[in-house]
Ligand binder design. Structure first.
Ligand code: CA2
Length: 153
């Protein structure tokens, strides 16, 4: 069951993802951030859940959004973008709020440059989805909704 009846998921996107669909379509596809958020919202609402969508290019703002999720969300779908590979502070914030986290990457980070192969967030995530493009967000929402309400199947 969800805590305090919160059937809400924070969908959090990190730096430069506001540019989605405008550059590098060969790596990230042609969907925009609005498309990503709409896909997550559709997946949630079809299961009776809602989403709060936040994107920031600033590490501290992402940390504040993670802290704020405590009490407003039952889980977090998070593409930390480049901060995945650099930010112990973000990993610590996720650890502190004790919410289930699904880390999502549009691209398969393991097929790319070596510096993208390690993610500090993966160590505190329940699930990691990478390489599925925008579908990864839908899968992440489905996982959280189903794992937080297993009796609903
Ligand atoms: O594959 C992913 O989703 C990434 O998290 C995307 C990050 C990258 O640093 C990670 O290694 C993998 C980059 C997001 C930048 O997004 C852009 C989108 C369009 C144009 C330029 C950047």
């Amino acid at each position: 069951m969800t805590t305090a009846g919160t059937r809400n998921i924070l969908v959090l996107n990190g730096p430069n993802l506001n540019l989605l669909g405008t550059r590098e379509p060969g790596i990230y596809g042609t969907s925009t951030l609005a498309d990503v958020e709409a896909a997550a919202m559709a997946a949630a609402s079809s299961r009776g859940w809602s989403v709060d969508c936040v994107q920031s290019n600033h590490e501290g703002d992402l940390i504040d959004a993670i802290h704020a999720a405590r009490g407003t969300a039952a889980g977090i779908v998070f593409n930390p973008a480049a901060y995945s590979h650099t930010s112990v502070a973000i990993a610590d914030a996720l650890s502190a709020v004790e919410l289930p986290v699904v880390e999502v990457h549009l691209s398969n980070i393991h097929r790319r440059e070596e510096f993208r192969h390690h993610s500090f967030v993966s160590a505190v995530a329940s699930v990691v989805i990478c390489g599925a493009g925008i579908s990864g967000y839908r899968m992440a929402v489905e996982y959280l909704a189903e794992s937080l309400e297993p009796e609903r199947g």
